[in-house]
Write a protein that binds this ligand. Structure first.
Ligand code: FEO
Ligand code: CA
Ligand code: CA
Length: 672
């Protein structure tokens, strides 16, 4: 660990680069022609349905040179968990899954034990937040025994957080929700930065650790890029349009090689309130005309999911029209400097960002992929203007401020195009309502509509492999897709189960305009013909899943997927959400194995391996909520007083607590 300098924490932050196994220059593994040729030789040429002429026509004769072939063989040795549902978690035999940190655990010294009956907003702001989601690990030593965890806190479930609420407050006009509840909700959102240490084979949070920090709905931040200062970003509280407060609905995210954390702001529309909410809260937008109406309607604002707007004017669109434009961005946080101001990077566009996963391209530019998590939304890619310079942290922390944002169009021939969201190019002109690059970024969804991007089946995590040029897009589901809306990349109507699209950057060049794509998996029960699933024929009864949401690669480059079936798990699979290893190459391609199973009502969210693959951190979100009515052992909705499970605390008066779990192999060793 480095020595501190007068200017703060830079030495330690730079040491992070030395402790982390960062692939700086992905090898040129393949040509796009080889990818297309291999795909077609595998699927279509053999069937006689499509010749190599497609690849030749697209990329020239030289493109048909074959690249290296993937290795065969199942790369996962663990013994699979049985699929099912009950009130606790399950991990593969031979592994320990220990609760590391839970909602309400103290992050700072001299705090009392968590007592949900006596919680206040100020107290919550010093404790681990609610509904943990994305996790990133920043090692503080070479042995992977100390590190910082950054963890998103996506949203609040007041009916199981607070005593005496009964059912979900949004279904009863929030009559029992007070300002004290709202204060706690706002402090339970955002991000936790917490130091963790491994002692005697067990991870523990370092209470009072020097980097520990809570970022909440109140934390001061800035915005950079073209949208900074734009009139649509200006509010009564901030006439500059550059000073913002808080980050919301932090879902997935990313980690940069210079040791910062990226967090995606997803369902921010739900926090905006109107008192005039006949017609589902949208009456306000009628007759406004112009860009404001377009922005509100396209982003679902306001949606009155929470009642914050009753107590905080900025969340009431009747009073403050522009605060909503200051959310739905990707935010960069420096975990090595607890005093730093997070930065919202407008260059990455405004949408319901699921995450923001980064790869360093082979030319040094950094590339960030992001899904916009709603039915029929798009997949985005940001390519920085500048290049990554190892050890030059101040330079690198400006890389997300300037670059080119693009949106994906998937074509039927197995190629895809990245369409640039650049003001003045193509149709992004005043004729279509765009008067500046700020307009294009603030209305990124609308700009992508105009460019005719491909509407996908709820794009969630979009994850680049660190070295081989592959990118995996997890499409959770889209039951609204009608038969006449099918395309090759979204091939199932009323898609209940979701699928995974594999994109391939030609020659490992993530900045290329044209990629190849293929479908890795179509999820759902492979034994039921009507489901139309696509898995390896070797898939077992426990391994298949539905609704892929997030994914990660371990240090060996192997793909792991987490699921979120929501309220409909009983109908879709009759099994709890979980964490699955998935083969991507050779004989194991599309072969899944269940490694960890969530307790009833929970979703498997963020997942993160340490660089030595000896620890896996897992975020178990909203235990006891989703679809517990359909769990026969319970058969009703959870409340604070009567939850479907008290996992992980089996104590009276203690509601279910979203938690991060640390998984280790018994006796040590890599997770295999
Ligand atoms: Fe927050 Fe898209 O899951
Ligand atoms: Ca998610
Ligand atoms: Ca991911």
């Amino acid at each position: 660990m480095g020595k501190d300098t007068d200017d703060g924490f830079s030495c330690t932050a730079e040491a992070f680069e030395a402790f982390d196994d960062i692939p700086l220059s992905p090898p040129r593994v393949d040509t796009i022609g080889a990818i297309i040729a291999r795909r077609y030789s595998r699927r279509d040429v053999l069937k006689g349905s499509l010749g190599v002429t497609a690849a030749t026509a697209l990329f020239g004769p030289a493109a048909l040179a074959t690249g290296p072939q993937p290795a065969d063989g199942m790369p996962f040795a663990f013994v699979e968990v049985a699929a099912g549902v009950d009130e606790t978690h399950h991990v593969a035999e031979g592994y320990d899954a220990d609760i590391l940190i839970r909602w309400g655990d103290a992050l700072f010294a001299n705090m009392t034990p968590f007592d949900p009956a006596n919680l206040t907003g100020a107290d919550q702001a010093r404790r681990f937040g609610y509904n943990c989601d994305y996790i990133a690990f920043f090692p503080l030593d070479r042995r992977n025994t100390r590190g910082l965890l950054c963890i998103n806190h996506e949203y609040a479930n007041p009916e199981v957080m607070f005593a005496g609420i009964g059912g979900r407050p949004d279904r009863s006009d929030f009559v029992k929700i007070t300002q004290a509840h709202v204060d706690i909700e706002m402090a339970a959102h955002g991000v936790s930065v917490v130091e963790v240490a491994l002692t005697n084979g067990k991870w523990r949070p370092v209470v009072g650790g020097r980097y520990n920090r809570r970022i909440t709905a109140h934390t001061e931040m800035t915005i950079d890029g073209a949208a900074a200062g734009h009139p649509l970003m200006q509010t009564k509280a901030d006439p500059t349009g550059r000073k913002l407060w808080g980050t919301l609905n932090n879902c997935a995210g990313g980690r940069t090689p210079w040791g910062t954390y990226l967090t995606g702001e997803e369902n921010c529309h739900g926090y905006f309130w109107t008192d005039r909410r006949a017609d589902n809260g949208r009456r306000l937008t009628r007759g406004l005309g112009g860009v404001l109406q377009k922005s509100y309607e396209r982003y679902g604002i306001p949606s009155n999911w929470y009642s914050w707007g009753r107590f905080h004017e900025r969340f009431n669109v009747d009073v403050e029209a522009n605060e909503c434009h200051r959310f739905n961005w990707v935010v960069e946080i420096d975990p090595f400097d607890p005093r730093s101001r997070p930065v919202k990077h407008s260059a990455l566009g405004r949408c319901r960002h699921e995450g923001a996963e980064m790869v360093v391209n082979n030319d040094g530019r950094v590339v960030v992929y992001s899904g916009d998590d709603s039915p029929f939304e798009y997949i985005y890619r940001f390519v920085s203007k500048g290049t990554y310079r190892p050890g030059h942290r101040a330079h690198n922390m400006r890389l997300l401020s300037e670059g080119t944002l693009s949106v994906a169009r998937f074509d039927a021939d197995g190629t895809m195009q990245w369409l640039p969201l650049v003001f003045g190019e193509g149709p992004l002109t005043p004729a279509n309502g765009f008067n500046s690059q700020a307009d294009v970024l603030i209305y990124a969804r609308t700009a992508a509509d105009v460019l005719k991007a491909t509407p996908m089946d709820r794009p969630e995590d979009v994850q680049p492999h660190p070295t081989n040029g592959k990118v995996y897009a997890l499409l959770t589901n889209n039951e609204r897709r009608r038969p006449e809306q099918l395309d090759k990349a979204n091939p199932r109507a009323a898609n209940e189960f979701g699928h995974i699209v594999e994109m391939t950057a030609p020659g490992g060049d993530h900045g290329a305009q044209t990629f190849a794509w293929d479908i890795l998996i179509k999820c759902g029960d492979p034994r039921v013909a009507e489901v139309g699933a696509l898995w390896s024929p070797a898939t077992g009864a426990d391994g298949w899943f539905a609704c892929p949401d997030n994914c990660t690669f371990d240090a060996q480059g192997r793909l792991w997927v987490s699921t979120d079936q929501g309220n409909l798990w009983a109908k879709k699979t009759s099994r709890a959400d979980g964490f699955y290893a998935v083969g991507t190459d050779g004989a194991s391609r599309a072969l899944p194995k269940l490694f960890f199973r969530c307790p009833v009502g929970a979703e498997m969210c963020g997942t993160c391996f340490t660089p030595d693959d000896r620890t896996l951190f897992l975020a178990v979100q909203h235990p006891a909520t989703d679809g517990v009515r359909d769990w026969q052992s319970f058969g009703r909705e959870s409340t604070f007083e009567d939850p479907a499970t008290r996992w992980p605390d089996f104590k009276p008066g203690m509601p279910p607590r979203p938690s991060v779990v640390a998984v280790r192999k018994k006796g040590g060793g890599r997770i295999a």
